[in-house]
Design a protein around this ligand. Structure first.
Ligand code: PXG
Length: 287
């Protein structure tokens, strides 16, 4: 069965799922998106993802032409049409067709796209043994230039850092903000454990407010693990007992080496393992 893509409320086979070359989403990366996971046919924290999508759209003066309820309906219809239980969902809202100039006022009909697919998960050994990552020289976008809280279609900042990661033989790369502080990875948030305390950079470090990040903070608190959203430096990373990343695609994945420095014991730590376990139980219960 060919995959069906939802474009503006209509399901079309993926071969026919096409957008105009005059769409400002293509011409300028002008639009917003979300990446979400479904477990057992239900999207994990759909409302939070929709809230973030609407917040991102508002921040770039883009009116999403449908209601959140309608968007949620389209997500569920598309998952069902493709018979997807455990999968990946991508929402895209582009600025729509315009002129070849930058002017957003001259565009019309934002395009609303829902793609659902089976997910290509990270290999099992990443979770069992942990990842090795490097710090990218590409600095995370300055919040005053393009706020990382906006999940815009312009992801070149992250892509440039990810290329650096790949060049160093890594699947993720750590990004610092314009002050040299730890911000996040290219498609994941970062957490450290030191002396039993869980630490992660605050939103003010210039990061995306990850849905998985929020879920892990809540789980840690339930487990009685103290959590701090606090400025972190590379020194804090190198001297951490444990490190892990969170993201819709990766879920919770341990990190055991950063810039050739071994983190803690060089294997996934006990708090990381506990939170991975708790996270798996949470997504299965679809909270
Ligand atoms: N930071 C950035 C910059 C991201 O793009 C996260 C953190 C984690 O957020 P969530 O809400 O997913 O916990 C992201 C996630 C992918 C992929 O396929 C991931 C993201 C974007 C595009 C692709 O891994 N964003």
């Amino acid at each position: 069965m060919t995959l069906q893509v939802n474009i503006n409320g209509t399901l079309v086979p993926k071969e026919d799922a096409k957008i105009s070359v005059f769409d400002h989403g293509l011409l300028y990366g002008d639009g917003v998106f979300e990446g979400m996971r479904s477990y057992g046919g239900r999207v994990f924290r759909l409302e939070q993802h929709l809230r973030r999508l609407w917040d991102s759209a508002r921040a770039i003066c883009l009116d999403i032409p449908i209601s959140r309820e309608e968007m949620a309906d389209r997500v569920n219809t598309t998952l069902q049409a493709n018979g997807i239980q455990d999968g990946y969902v991508r929402l895209i809202v582009t600025r729509g067709i315009g002129t070849l100039g930058l002017d957003a006022h001259l565009t019309r009909d934002p395009q609303v796209i829902v793609i659902t697919d089976h997910i290509a998960l990270y290999p099992r050994e990443y979770y069992d043994e942990g990842l090795k990552i490097v710090t990218a020289s590409t600095v995370r976008n300055h919040p005053g230039a393009l706020n990382p809280r906006i999940k815009s279609l312009n992801y070149l900042n992250n892509i440039l850092a990810k290329i650096e990661g790949h060049q160093a033989g890594c699947v993720e790369a750590l990004m610092l903000n314009h002050l040299g502080e730890v911000s996040e990875c290219t498609g994941d948030n970062i957490f450290l454990v030191r002396d039993g305390i869980l630490r992660t950079p605050p939103i003010s470090a210039g990061i995306l407010e990850g849905v998985t990040r929020q879920a892990v903070i809540e789980l840690a608190k339930e487990e009685g693990i103290p959590v701090e959203e606090i400025t972190l430096t590379r020194h804090d990373v190198y001297s951490a007992d444990e490190c892990f990343l969170t993201g819709s695609a990766a879920e919770v994945v341990p990190v055991v080496m950063v810039d050739e420095r071994t983190i803690g014991e060089g294997k996934p730590g006990p708090i990381t393992r506990r939170l991975i376990d708790r996270f798996h139980r949470l997504v299965r219960s679809s909270e």
